[in-house]
Ligand binder design. Structure first.
Ligand code: HEM
Length: 373
């Protein structure tokens, strides 16, 4: 239901009321008006664990910092990673279960891919992957367990200090070396600035992307007609990626703070109010999409809000799309007859579902397919 354009939930935050934006147009208006809707709210929410990060900055400071890594995540810069990094990782993961005839596409595939990709792009060694994955999921879970997130932050910082010092001595072709050598107004970046960047890139690059791959594969496996259509016409993969991101965005809410009294769609949001921008609802706005709750890879393409919009629009969106595209293509290439593992009645633990309110994805996705070498 998207009848209400804007809702004051009545929950009193430390600073004022909380307003939730639900419609596509209203969400876009707020995200594109950074002067009236500040991102500083993230400093309050996740700052203690993540440090000072671009996600919580506004204005010229945000632009300057974001530009330091923007080049590394441009579509043209990323192209080289498709065949040299993402494709081999996907194939290596499929090698592990192709001969078995069954797999859990969450734990065996979606969960493994993004951490390997982002670690390689940053320049972190493969043998540290499991520790890095633990830190990144504890960091992003700061809302649920602050103590654990602070512990992860301290552990990761100590680790990164060693890595950054070594990259300063022996720079490589990676993002950490770029940051360690970056020249900003004649000065190198302070170590803490580099660590904050890396904490954000590692957790943002991992948690959202593995969930998106799980969501996409869940949607396709539960719509076998559409999966079959893509299998015979791979040009549809890009549409499938976008439709999965629209129907099941992995991040449902992003936050802002009103810096002044501001009117949105006839409602005045008072200065100081917390604003929750509901990407999940915006992507199901019936004023923009026909039958918005239906998963339909053939619907006319229209931009959605899974990656946000405006100044903070996801820095890793080209990378995320590339990972989703390659992940799906490799599964279709390698596994014939891919389908959900049959499960029993409702309540059967094997019946997969997409769950979660802050982050959404399936916990598991058991599938079967013809065995192959
Ligand atoms: C499908 C996967 C992904 C989704 C759905 C997603 C979603 C988002 C959203 C909604 C925002 C905006 C937050 C806001 O405006 O408050 C954002 C920002 C960001 N994302 Fe992603 N993201 C994904 C993958 C990635 C990847 C792979 C990276 C790695 C580079 C990444 C790095 C970032 C960064 C650094 C920001 C902050 C940008 C800024 O503040 O200027 N994301 N992401």
């Amino acid at each position: 239901m998207h009848g209400s354009i804007i809702s004051a939930l009545g929950a009193r935050s430390m600073v004022g009321d909380t307003y939730t934006l639900l419609c596509f147009q209203d969400c876009c208006a707020a995200l594109r008006d950074a002067a009236s809707f500040s991102s500083c709210v993230y400093d309050e929410k996740v700052g203690p664990a993540m440090g000072e990060m671009i996600l919580g900055m506004d204005g010229p400071e945000h632009r300057k910092r974001r530009n330091l890594v923007a080049r590394a995540f441009r579509q043209s810069t990323l192209e080289r990673w498709e065949d040299s990094l993402i494709l081999p990782i996907c194939n290596e993961l499929v090698d592990r279960f192709a001969g078995v005839g069954r797999a859990d596409l969450v734990s065996d595939y979606a969960f493994e891919l993004p951490i390997r990709v982002i670690s390689a792009i940053l320049g972190l060694p493969v043998e540290d992957l499991s520790q890095l994955r633990r830190w990144s999921s504890e960091l992003i879970g700061v809302g649920a367990d602050v103590g654990r997130a602070l512990g992860a932050s301290a552990g990761l910082t100590e680790y990164l200090a060693r890595v950054v010092a070594s990259k300063r001595k022996h720079p490589g072709d990676d993002v950490i070396s770029d940051l360690a050598e970056a020249d900003v107004d004649g000065e190198v970046l302070a170590d803490e600035v580099i660590y904050s960047f890396l904490r954000l890139l590692l957790s943002a690059g991992t948690e959202t992307t593995f969930r998106s791959i799980g969501n996409m594969m869940y949607l396709l496996a539960s719509h076998p007609d559409q999966l079959a259509r893509i299998a015979s016409k791979r040009a549809l993969i890009a549409q499938a990626v976008e439709e999965a991101l629209r129907v099941e965005p992995p991040v449902l809410f992003i936050s802002r703070r009103a810096t002044r009294d501001v009117r949105i769609n006839g409602v005045t949001i008072p200065e100081g109010a917390s604003v929750e921008v509901c990407l999940g609802s915006a992507n199901h706005d019936e004023a923009r999409w026909v039958d918005p709750d239906e998963f339909d890879i053939l619907r006319p393409a229209k931009p959605h809000l899974a990656f946000g919009t405006g100044a903070h629009m996801c820095l890793g969106l080209h990378l995320a799309r590339m990972e989703m595209r390659v992940a799906l293509n490799v599964l279709l290439e390698r596994l014939d007859g891919l389908r959900l593992e049959p499960f029993g009645d409702e309540g059967d633990a094997r019946d997969p579902h997409i769950r979660g309110l802050v982050f959404r994805s399936p916990d598991a996705l058991p599938v079967v397919f013809e065995r192959s070498e």
